[in-house]
Design a protein around this ligand. Structure first.
Ligand code: PLP
Length: 430
C-alpha cells in the first residue's frame, strides 16, 4: 500500500520531523500523489523536469538501453550512449569546449571542473595556481569542494571548518548591487575592477579559476547578469591567466532560451557545468564541458585525470541525456522556451508588478524569479524569523502548485524569493 504521507520512515529525509507526501505518478507538467492530488510542477522540482514527468521518448530510450546494457564501468569500457552524448554536446557547445566529462549530477560536475582547473595548472607547470574565486551570491552544490565555492552562508555554516579557502567577490545583482548613480556599464566596470583587484591581492600566480552562474538560481531566484558583465569577467580572467568556469547546472540546457545560457553574452568559458535538465529527472546526469586546451594539456602531460566516479558516463543515464536532446532539438521544445517565457513573464507582471511584497521580477526564458520584500520602497527583506519562503512553499503545495521558494543570503542579509522553472512542454492553459 502506498501511503499518502508515511507515518514513520526509514528514509533519511531532508526534513526529519515533517515528512513529505508520496509522489506516485506524473502527467506532463503535473505530479500526482498517493491520495490522487495533482500538483502543477511550475519549478520542475528544482529546475530539473524540463520535459514534464512522463515523456514517452525518453522513457523508451532508457528502456531500450536497459535491454541492451544497463552499465559498464568506465575503468574498463566506454559505451555508445556516452560517446554519442559527448559528441552531440560538444558539437552544440561554445567553440573549443570539445570534450565532455560525464557524471551523475551538478555537484559532481562542479567538483570535476574545480579539479580539472587545478590539474590543468599542474600539467602546464604552474603548480602554485590553486586558489578559487567565486561570488557571494551563488550555489554550486553540496559536496565539500562545490560548497566551499558557493557563497550561501546558511548552507555553508555548519561545515565551514571543513571547507577549502575560497575568495568571494560581489555578485552581479542589479536590484540590490547597482548604485543609484550608476548605469550598467559603470556597474560592470566596478565589478570587473573588484575581481581584478582580488586576483592581484591573492597574487595572480596563485589563482586557478573564477566560477560564476550566468543566471543565479537557488541563492537568488533567477538573477541574470547585466549586459557586458560576463564578457568583462572573461577579460579579467584572461588578463591574469585565470580559468573561467561557468556553472549552468540550473540555467543551462535551454532553461533561459538558448541551449547554453552563456550564449546570451557570447562568452566562451574554459569549463562549463550542466546537469538538472540534461537528464531532465529521468536519470541522474551531469556534465562538465572542457576546453580542448585543458583536455590536451592533460592528454599530453600525465595522460590521466586524477578523479572519477563509479557511475560516471553511465550508459543508461547517457541514453536518457541523448533522448532529452532529441526532444529539445528535434521536437522543437527548446524553441518554445522564449515564447512561453514571455507569456509567463506577462502573467507575473500582470499579477505581481504592483504587489506590495514583490520587490523584483526577473529572469530569462522559463527561468523566472520573484523577490519578496517586507517593504518595496526600501527593499527591506522579511525578518528571517518569519520563515516566509517555507510558508510560501507550504501554501503553494496545499493549493496544488509546486514552486521553489528559497531564502538566500544576500550580502549578509537573508532574503526570500520564489523561483519558477516550469517544464518546456507547459501550455498557455497550464
Ligand atoms: N550548481 C548550481 C548552479 C545549482 O543550482 C546546483 C543545484 O541546485 C548545483 C550546482 C548542484 O547540483 P546537484 O544538486 O545536482 O548536485
Amino acid at each position: 500500500m502506498t501511503l499518502a504521507r508515511p507515518a514513520a520512515s526509514h528514509v533519511f529525509h531532508r526534513h526529519l520531523r515533517n515528512l513529505p507526501e508520496t509522489a506516485v505518478g506524473g502527467d506532463g507538467p503535473w505530479l500526482i500523489d498517493a491520495a490522487g492530488r495533482r500538483y502543477l510542477d511550475a519549478s520542475g522540482g528544482a529546475a530539473v523536469s524540463a520535459l514534464g514527468h512522463n515523456d514517452a521518448h525518453v522513457i523508451g530510450a532508457i528502456k531500450a538501453q536497459l535491454d541492451r546494457l544497463p552499465f559498464a564501468h568506465t575503468g574498463f569500457f566506454t559505451s555508445q550512449p556516452a560517446e554519442d552524448l559527448a559528441r552531440r554536446l560538444s558539437g552544440l557547445a561554445p567553440p573549443g569546449l570539445d570534450h565532455v566529462y560525464l557524471v551523475s549530477g551538478g555537484s559532481e560536475a562542479v567538483e570535476s571542473a574545480l579539479k580539472l582547473a587545478r590539474q590543468y595548472f599542474l600539467e602546464i607547470g604552474q603548480p602554485a595556481r590553486r586558489r578559487i574565486i567565486a561570488r557571494r551570491q551563488s550555489y554550486h552544490g553540496n559536496t565539500l569542494g562545490a560548497l566551499a565555492a558557493g557563497g550561501n552562508l546558511w548552507r555553508r555554516a555548519p561545515f565551514e571548518p571543513l571547507l577549502m579557502e575560497v575568495s568571494h567577490v560581489s555578485p552581479c545583482y542589479a536590484y540590490r548591487g547597482m548604485a543609484p548613480d550608476e548605469d550598467e556599464a559603470a556597474y560592470v566596470a566596478r565589478l570587473a575592477d573588484e575581481l581584478d583587484q582580488t586576483i592581484r591581492d591573492l597574487g595572480p600566480e596563485s589563482v586557478a579559476a573564477f566560477i560564476a552562474e550566468p543566471v543565479v538560481g537557488a541563492t537568488a531566484g533567477a538573477v541574470p547578469a547585466v549586459a557586458g558583465y560576463l564578457k568583462a569577467m572573461r577579460q579579467v580572467c584572461d588578463r591574469h591567466g585565470v580559468l573561467l568556469i561557468l556553472d549552468e547546472v540550473m540555467c543551462g540546457m535551454g532553461r533561459t532560451g538558448p541551449l547554453f545560457a552563456c550564449a546570451h553574452d557570447d562568452v566562451v568559458p574554459d569549463l562549463l557545468t550542466v546537469a538538472k535538465a540534461l537528464g531532465a529527472g529521468y536519470q541522474p546526469l551531469g556534465a562538465t564541458l572542457v576546453h580542448r586546451r585543458i583536455h590536451d594539456a592533460i592528454e599530453g602531460g600525465s595522460g590521466f585525470f586524477q578523479h572519477g566516479h563509479t557511475y560516471m558516463g553511465h550508459p543508461t543515464a547517457c541514453a536518457a541525456g541523448g533522448a532529452v536532446l532529441d526532444r529539445l532539438l528535434d521536437d522543437g521544445l527548446l524553441a518554445r522556451v522564449p515564447g512561453m517565457g514571455r507569456t509567463l513573464r506577462r502573467i507575473l507582471d500582470h499579477h505581481f508588478a504592483d504587489h506590495p511584497q514583490v520587490g523584483d521580477i526577473r529572469g530569462r526564458g522559463l527561468f523566472l524569479g520573484l523577490e519578496l520584500v517586507a517593504d518595496r520602497k526600501t527593499k527591506q527583506p522579511f525578518d528571517p524569523a518569519l520563515g516566509i519562503a517555507a510558508k510560501v512553499k507550504k501554501t503553494a503545495l496545499a493549493n496544488g502548485l509546486i514552486c521553489y521558494p528559497m531564502s538566500g543570503t544576500i550580502d549578509g542579509q537573508r532574503g526570500d524569493h520564489i523561483l519558477l522553472a516550469p517544464p518546456f512542454i507547459m501550455t498557455d492553459s497550464d
